[in-house]
Write a protein that binds this ligand. Structure first.
Ligand code: SAM
Length: 425
């Protein structure tokens, strides 16, 4: 099967989707596939990535169709192949006949005996396209491309804008740049982008939003460390933490190091960057090196103070905690398939432990910024309300006149939640 054929891209994407259906992590699966195929041309990489990510973003839509046509479960690879093929069929209806032929070829490559099933289902779908629209609209998981428990949580937590939040979670993610204030200005970067023919606009917090994603090699100044790729919503962290020259600062959950780098670009601080996962901690070092920045990087569980803390309090702490990542699901669409409702209280319990441990290391008068990329209240507002109830020496330190800032995902940025806490004594 030639590497530049649609059948090949369908086969590889189906293998990745099948990995997620069986409980695997998409990023790990994709990286393993790339290292097994180092000679893939950019076009093959792009096609496999697009088919896989887009199919997984469509959670529930393909299954709503398949429920009507499949009377017995299929091997996971074939189920995944049908999901990928249905996504492609909807995107390019004019090329439907080629798609069916290529999907049958991709099926034959793995399970030759069942290629007739793939052929039959896809041809039935083509014949009955009009009816399918109705089925899909009637199915809530298909309509919002999200598991039902997730839809219900978002609807409960955001009664006014739950639909917009769910819809934004299914868009293609935007690409934004952070300007390294030590080496360039926003104006320099905007001018260089314009000269390179890359349309972009500057957002309120200085992030530069590209009209379309581009490979980093095309970005003027990327190799020299003038710019980094960072979502615009994440670029509020350094500003709202507000560290100034000479302060002792902790980034307690640091990898891959985007926010650490931003803190160091803005002020001459003494930064400790902690990370639990040694492989991810190595990425903090690589990212800081590219930008010519330095921090004390430690591999540790931030909750176990005796393993990493020297007893000197911090002036400011960034707690960018592990969370459901429900605000960045369009970048990691496997999350919708892998997470369960019961995982959310587990994340909340872990976040509470992290907050309680870090609070002990903050100096009186110091500031802690709590950040999640979640849209669920249990990890956000309710987490902070419970923290304030447990800690009489804590108060919220308003961000732009509000106690906290919820940034639901939009076309311009991912979804985040920020709360700033001050230690009274
Ligand atoms: C949301 S990510 C941080 C993103 C990072 N701040 C950035 O902007 O690049 C959370 C990180 O916390 C790490 N982590 C999870 N539990 C931790 C713990 N108990 N102590 C330290 N790091 C932890 C995870 O491995 C993950 O890398």
């Amino acid at each position: 099967m030639p590497q530049d054929s649609l059948a090949y891209a369908l086969k590889q994407a189906s293998t990745l989707v099948a990995g997620v259906l069986e409980g695997g992590n998409l990023t790990d699966g994709y990286e393993a596939m790339l290292s097994a195929n180092p000679s893939w041309p950019d076009a093959t990489r792009g096609a496999v990535r697009d088919l896989t990510w887009s199919t997984l973003r469509e959670f529930g839509r393909g299954d709503a169709v398949l429920r009507h046509y499949l009377h017995k479960p299929l091997p996971t690879y074939l189920h995944a192949l049908l999901l990928v093929a249905l996504y492609r069929l909807e995107q390019r209806p004019a090329q439907s006949h080629t798609l069916v032929d290529q999907a049958v070829e991709a099926a034959a490559a793995e399970v030759p005996a069942l290629k007739g099933v793939i052929n039959g289902v896809l041809r039935n779908v083509l014949r009955e396209t009009m009816k399918l629209e109705g089925w899909r609209d009637a199915d809530i998981e298909a309509r919002y491309a999200c598991p039902r428990w997730w839809i219900e949580r978002v609807r409960y937590d955001h009664p006014a804008d739950w639909e917009a939040i769910l819809q934004a979670g299914n868009l293609h993610p935007p690409m934004s740049l952070r300007v390294n204030a030590r080496r360039a200005s926003g104006e320099d970067v905007s001018a260089a982008l314009e000269k390179a023919g890359i349309p972009a606009r500057k957002l309120e917090n200085g992030a530069i939003l590209l009209a379309h994603p581009v490979p980093v090699q095309r970005l003027p100044g990327f190799a020299e460390g003038l710019v980094s790729v960072q979502d615009a919503g994440a670029q509020w962290a350094a500003q709202w933490l507000g560290a100034v020259d000479g302060e002792r600062v902790l980034d307690a959950c640091a990898a891959p190091g985007g926010k650490s780098a931003h803190l160091l670009e803005r002020a001459d601080i003494d930064l400790t960057a902690l990370e639990l996962d040694p492989t991810r901690a190595a990425r903090v070092r690589t990212n800081l090196d590219r930008l010519g920045l330095a921090a004390r990087i430690k591999v540790a569980d931030c909750r176990r103070l005796n393993t990493w803390w020297d007893g000197e309090p911090f002036d400011r702490i960034l707690a960018d905690v592990p969370c459901s990542a429900s605000g960045v699901v369009r970048r990691h669409p496997d999350i919708k398939w892998l997470r369960r409702n019961e995982d959310i209280p587990r994340f909340a319990a872990q976040q509470a432990e992290i907050l309680d441990a870090l609070w002990q290391t903050l100096a009186p008068g110091g500031t802690m910024l709590y950040v999640t990329c979640s849209v669920f209240d249990e990890e956000n507002r309710r987490q902070i309300d419970a923290f304030l109830a447990r800690h009489p020496d804590a108060e919220t330190h308003a961000i732009d006149a509000s106690d906290s800032r919820s940034l639901p995902p939009t076309a311009d940025h991912d979804g985040f939640y920020y709360a700033r806490l001050r230690k009274l004594r």
